[in-house]
Design a protein around this ligand. Structure first.
Ligand code: UD1
Length: 418
């Protein structure tokens, strides 16, 4: 088990580049299964979740090479279509591999996925969609087996614009007979990135970024080379790190179009932001003001930044009201923030945060990826030293976060408690 030791009270300022997007990389890595050929990927973040995905791809039979920021995957010789149970448990997004495997081999076996405990996270929408594509699904002793002779294009209306279900339907439908329409599809930028990648590989998909996606089945795919989009959640996290410490930060390698909801909220909080297409500069000019946040599917405020913004609001002037509409258990980090002196009350999906002047460094525990990052943000401005245990959660989704923060003036060390 590893911990972060954070010495709070340092102002974070300077310039930093954002890494490639975790949530875009995972479905794109899964999609490399489909072409039975070579896929060259750039800007994949070196984090635990991408390492696990690459490990699964190798176990299935892919050849994987990585050097100097490039990952090359050859999926020609995949000979296994069962996703290993222990790795499936480690990461929720392993469910995305199911769409790619069924798309290429017309069969896949997997167990219920794991991942962060931030809510019930069912996969009913994925399975319902698979059935609509003519896939037979058998569930037995926690394992799900999907088989079919062919994938038949169909119209699928999602009850909720699920990111994972939209991606899985796109992957499963690549070689479908006819056309698949996804209605009420997720609008997230990572879906647009997946469409760009798949089309570059020879797929025929249109509509990503709108609520109807059309996938026309193709016969073959080809080798591909692709540069993954920047991580908008990491961008929001770093902006919060500067804001909470009263610093000035220039973020580079981002798509500011993807973070408009985040920029709006930071401005409401009293930060000044200069926005260009590929970079943003934040200046903290006054004390953070309390604001209200409601999480929504894109283009609304992202649930993945709810805990992180909440951490900043614990030291804002006034009272903030947070409404978590996507994952019901995303307030676990609040009890840890309370140990540091935060004043938070929670009623079901609503959290009321009464800003205090300063938090105090304490011993806390990460309970999930973004909740863990929220503790780190809180610790940066707290008085004294904070020890954050269970940082394995944070390492799943952020590339060298400690190094990036330290480059900006923070004092964060990793302690290995072996
Ligand atoms: C993805 C992101 C995650 C982000 C989330 C919402 C990845 C790897 N992860 O997760 O970081 O927080 O989108 O933006 O991209 N639901 C069902 N049944 C299903 C599927 C989902 O009820 O079959 C519900 C979920 O419980 C949740 C909501 O739909 O309440 C959104 O989930 P979804 O969009 O599917 O999130 P993920 O794809 O798991």
């Amino acid at each position: 088990m590893k911990s972060y030791i954070v010495e709070g009270g340092n102002i974070l300022s300077g310039e930093i580049e954002v890494s490639g997007s975790k949530n875009a990389s995972l479905p794109i890595l899964a999609a490399s299964i489909l072409n039975a050929n070579t896929t060259k990927l750039y800007n994949i973040p070196r984090i635990q979740d991408t390492k696990i995905t690459l490990k699964i791809l190798k176990l299935l039979g892919c050849e994987v090479k990585s050097k100097k920021g490039k990952i090359v995957i050859d999926s020609k010789n995949i000979y296994i279509t069962e996703i290993p149970e222990e790795l499936m448990r480690e990461m929720r997004s392993s469910i995305i591999l199911a769409g790619a495997l069924i798309g290429r081999f017309k069969k896949v076996k997997f167990s219920y996925p794991g991942g962060c405990d931030i809510g019930s996270r069912p996969i009913d929408l994925h399975l319902k969609a698979f059935r609509k594509l003519g896939i037979k699904i058998e569930e037995k002793s926690g394992f799900i087996t999907c088989t079919c002779d062919k994938i038949v294009g169909n119209e699928i209306s999602l009850d909720f614009p699920s990111v994972g279900a939209t991606e899985n339907i796109m992957l499963a439908s690549i070689f479908c007979e006819g056309v698949t329409y996804i209605k009420n599809s997720a609008l997230e930028p990572e879906i647009v990135d997946l469409q760009k990648f798949l089309n570059k590989m020879g797929a025929k998909i249109e509509g990503a970024g709108t609520s109807i996606i059309k996938i026309t089945g193709v016969k073959n795919l080809k080798e591909v080379s692709y540069n993954v989009m920047p991580d908008r959640i990491e961008a929001g996290t770093l902006l919060c790190a500067a804001a909470v410490t009263g610093g000035n930060l220039k973020l580079k390698n981002i798509e500011t179009e993807h973070i408009e909801a985040i920029i709006d909220k930071l401005r409401d909080m009293g930060c000044e932001l200069e926005v260009e297409k590929r970079q943003v500069e934040l200046k903290s000019i006054r004390k953070i003001k309390a604001i209200d946040i409601k999480t929504m599917p894109y283009p609304g405020f992202p649930t993945d930044l709810q805990s992180i913004f909440s951490a900043v609001l614990t030291v804002a002037k006034g009272t903030s009201i947070i409404t978590e509409n996507i994952f019901e258990s995303r307030y676990k980090c609040m009890s840890e923030l309370k140990r540091m002196g935060a004043k938070v009350t929670i009623d079901n999906r609503i959290a009321v945060i009464k800003g205090v002047r300063k938090l105090t460094g304490s011993n806390v525990k990460a309970t999930d990826l973004r909740g863990g990052a929220a503790l780190l943000i809180a610790a940066l401005s707290a008085k004294g030293k904070t020890k954050i245990d269970n940082i394995e959660y944070i390492l799943r989704g952020y590339e060298s976060l400690d190094k990036k923060l330290n480059k900006l003036g923070a004092k964060v060390y990793i302690k290995d408690n072996k």
